[in-house]
Write a protein that binds this ligand. Structure first.
Ligand SMILES: Nc1nc2c(c(=O)[nH]1)N[C@H]1C(S)=C(S)[C@@H](COP(=O)(O)O)O[C@H]1N2
Ligand SMILES: [Mo]
Length: 317
C-alpha cells in the first residue's frame, strides 16, 4: 500500500495540501515552487522509516527545495569505499545485519546492543529536513528520519565527568577496499562535545526519503549535525564512547590545518585551499547560493560558541 506525505515549507503554507494514491511500489517527487510531495511504498523497514510510522517534525525552517533522491544516493563521500563520489555500488558490500553497537566510557550503562534493539528503545522515529553542507562547497537538502541524539544520551546516562562523545565507524578492509589504504587512520572517527550532542539539532539518522538508510548514506545508523561541515556527520556507526579527552577526528589526524574539531559552517572563514562563501546545490541544474553561518542554524547553536571567546575563530576550523 502506498502512503503519501506532504512536506510543507514554512513560506509555502498557502499551498493547499494534495494527496496522491497509487498501488504501484515506487518513489517519486513532484516538485513545485518550494513545496514537495513524495510518494513511497511502505518499506520493509525494521525502524519504522516507512511513512506510516513517520512523525514529521517541521520545526526546523528550511527555505530550500529538497534534493532529488537520485543525487543523495549516488553522489556520496564514504572513503571506506574509495575516494570518488561514485561509491554507491561498492558500498552495497556492507553487511548491516546483524549490527552490534558498543556504547562505553564514562556512562552508567555501558552496553553492546544490536542496532534494531537500540533503535526500538529510542521512541518515535521522526522526519526532519536538514541542509547538508560539505566542506568541499557543495550542498543538498535532505529528509532524514531517525531520533534526536539526546535520546540516546539519556538512555546510557553519562557521568558528570563525560565532556566529549567519540564516535567510530566499522573497520573491515575485506569489504571496504578504501580501508586497505593504510595511510588513512582507520577507522573513521568523529567527536563532539556533550553540549553539542545534547543540542536538539543533533540527530541520529536511520533513514532518508522515508526509507531505511541506503548503505552508501551510512546504514544502519549515522550522525547528522546540520550546522557543521558534512565530514562531522559520521556514517555506519559501530562505537560511541563518552570521554573526558577531546577526540581527534579522522580528517583532523590527516590534515589538522584544514579540518579541525569544531568545523562549524562559516562563509567568512575560508578553507586554506578554497573559499567557503558560496556553495553548489547538487541537482539537475547547477545553482550557486551563498553559504550561511552555522549553515543557517545559528538560532539553535550560536550560543554554544560565545562570540567574546578568544577561541571564537577556532570554532570554524
Ligand atoms: N564513515 C564515514 N562517514 C562519513 C564520511 C566518510 O568518508 N566515512 N564522509 C563524510 C563527508 S565528507 C560527508 S560530506 C558526508 C556525506 O554524506 P552523504 O554521502 O550521505 O551525502 O558523510 C560524512 N561521513
Ligand atoms: Mo564532506
Amino acid at each position: 500500500m502506498v502512503k503519501t506525505i506532504k512536506l510543507n515549507h514554512k513560506e509555502n503554507l498557502t499551498t493547499p495540501p494534495k494527496y496522491f494514491y497509487s498501488r504501484r511500489k515506487f518513489i517519486n517527487y513532484l516538485t513545485s515552487i518550494g513545496s514537495f510531495v513524495y510518494l513511497t511504498s511502505k518499506s520493509e523497514s525494521s525502524f519504522s522509516n516507512s511513512i506510516a510510522g513517520l512523525h514529521k517534525n517541521d520545526s526546523f525552517i528550511n527555505k530550500r527545495p529538497l534534493t532529488k533522491e537520485k543525487f543523495a544516493t549516488t553522489y556520496n563521500n564514504f572513503y571506506e569505499f574509495g575516494s570518488s563520489k561514485n561509491i554507491w555500488r561498492s558500498a552495497q558490500k556492507l553487511n548491516t545485519t546483524p549490527w552490534i553497537i558498543k556504547i562505553d566510557g564514562l556512562i552508567e550503562k555501558p552496553i553492546e546492543i544490536d542496532v534494531e534493539e537500540l533503535v526500538s528503545k529510542m521512541g518515535i522515529i521522526e522526519e526532519r529536513i536538514y541542509r547538508h553542507r560539505c566542506v568541499e562547497a557543495w550542498s543538498m537538502t535532505l529528509p532524514w528520519s531517525g531520533f534526536e541524539f539526546s535520546k540516546l544520551i539519556d538512555f546510557v546516562k553519562p557521568l558528570n565527568n563525560a565532556k566529549y562523545v567519540k564516535i567510530e565507524t566499522f573497520f573491515d578492509p575485506k569489504i571496504a577496499r578504501g580501508q586497505k589504504q593504510s595511510w588513512y587512520p582507520w577507522p573513521y572517527v568523529e567527536g563532539l562535545t556533550i553540549q553539542e550532542a545534547y543540542n536538539p539539532l543533533s540527530f541520529i539518522a536511520t533513514g532518508i526519503y522515508g526509507k531505511d538508510l541506503p548503505k552508501q548514506n551510512g546504514a544502519p545508523l549515522r550522525l547528522v549535525l546540520p550546522w557543521k561541515y558534512g565530514f562531522k556527520s559520521i556514517k555506519s556507526i559501530r562505537k560511541i564512547s563518552f570521554t573526558d579527552v577531546k577526540p581527534v577526528s579522522f580528517w583532523e589526524q590527516l590534515q589538522p590545518n584544514e579540518y579541525g574539531f569544531w568545523a562549524n559552517v562559516n562563509p567568512n572563514v575560508p578553507h586554506p585551499r578554497w573559499s567557503q562563501k558560496n556553495e553548489k546545490l547538487i541537482g539537475d541544474e547547477i545553482d550557486i547560493v551563498p553559504t550561511e553561518i552555522f549553515n543557517g542554524y545559528g538560532e539553535y547553536v550560536a550560543h554554544l560558541y560565545p562570540r567574546n571567546s578568544k577561541e571564537y575563530n577556532k570554532y570554524f576550523f
